[in-house]
Design a protein around this ligand. Structure first.
Ligand code: KG4
Ligand code: ZN
Length: 342
């Protein structure tokens, strides 16, 4: 018997992107609409939660309608609605969750809550049709830095995590300190191309007793101390050199931890995910290191690295196949743990 196609309408509103997408059979993106609020938050130097929630409310219906129309799908043709319910900003998450619940209530289409990081990891399945678990994934975003074993769809073991700042957070804070503004990651990526990554030797932090954990706050402080030192001595700061040297320190640590983990656990596949995974220097370093070790390297295109709803649709599809369904009591869970289902 021929299998019926499964269409997931996905909604994402955990931070400052209002996004909706339609995904066919888990791996084919029919539409991926992203309304980015970045310009609104830039003037404050970071995401203002209250502004994010208000803008999500304004935009969400329009973004969902556009995702359906670009996919040329009507609600009657949608199999299930997947929505990010955590982790993230509670007020922002609530907008997506409420919209998804309202559509599900009005139409009877099943509702599936999705973990945001599970979405980031699943972004790898969109363009790498052959990729299947198990593999190791480095998740580096604005709020998370995790080294994870993807044992099966929706099944994870966390090998390491950040003890303090997330990688993206460090990029954003250092960018602000050297006058690049928000969002820092893409700006540091760009300006680093003009700088010398060996100009300043910033520390590569190791975390005692946990070989795969990360710590980026020491590196951030080292950059701030360096900037203060220059200022006190009346020395001019070379923005590109500081950016490139900081970026190199982050890339070195992420690469070393990742390759160690893949080798020690005997995996032959490695993937990256999250906003920082779009960093060109990180991608190049990991590609080279994987090639040297004979490890297959997977990464989503930049548009699927930063927040989007297509990745939520992919994760939602595998949850759907597992039989996961949520009731109308689905709530936003700002500190939802990876692998946890509430
Ligand atoms: O995954 P994401 O869109 O949102 C979260 O779930 O946090 O990640 C956003 C983070 C920001 O910190 C941003 O500065 C960083 O990803 N980012 C980058 C790059 N593009 C975005 N960091 C380094 N290089 C980039 N090219
Ligand atoms: Zn994210």
């Amino acid at each position: 018997m021929e299998q019926k196609d499964i269409y997931i309408l996905a909604i994402e509103s955990s931070c400052d992107e209002t996004a909706a997408a339609v995904v066919k059979n888990g791996r084919e993106v029919l539409s991926n609409v992203i309304y980015s609020q970045i310009a609104l938050h830039t003037e404050y130097g970071g995401v203002v939660p209250e502004i994010a929630s208000r803008k999500h409310i304004e935009k969400i219906n329009q973004v969902i309608a556009q995702a359906l129309s670009e996919a040329d799908k009507k609600l009657e043709e949608i199999t299930a609605i997947a929505v990010t319910y955590g982790p993230g900003l509670v007020g922002a998450l609530l907008v997506g969750v409420s919209a998804a619940k309202a559509i599900s209530f009005a139409t009877g289409i099943p509702l599936i809550g999705v973990h945001h990081i599970e979405g980031h990891i699943s972004a790898n399945f969109i363009e790498n049709k052959e990729l299947e678990p198990p593999f190791i994934c480095l998740v580096v975003s604005g709020g998370h830095s995790h080294l994870v074993t993807v044992k099966d769809y929706g099944e994870y073991e966390i090998l390491g995590r950040t003890r303090d700042d997330a990688a993206g957070e460090a990029f954003d804070k250092v960018a602000r300190a050297i006058g690049l503004g928000y969002p820092g990651g893409p700006k540091i990526d760009k300006v680093s191309k003009e700088g010398n990554p060996e100009a300043i030797r910033f520390p590569r932090a190791k975390v005692a007793e946990s070989e795969y954990d990360f710590s980026f706050s020491g590196l951030k402080s080292a950059v701030l101390n360096y900037l203060n030192g220059c200022q006190m001595k009346g020395e001019e700061i070379n923005q590109a050199d500081v950016a490139a040297s900081f970026q190199k320190a982050v890339v070195d640590v992420l690469t070393e931890h990742s390759i160690d983990a893949v080798k020690k656990h005997n995996y032959r596949k490695f993937a990256i995910a999250g906003g920082v995974a779009s960093n060109s220097s990180l991608r190049n370093a990991l590609r080279d290191a994987c090639e040297k070790e004979g490890i297959a390297f997977y990464h989503p295109s930049p548009v699927y690295c930063t927040d989007n709803a297509a990745m939520i649709g992919v994760a939602g599809y595998y949850e759907y196949l597992k039989g996961v369904r949520h009731g109308f009591d689905l709530n936003a869970v700002p500190n939802l743990k990876l692998g946890e289902r509430i």
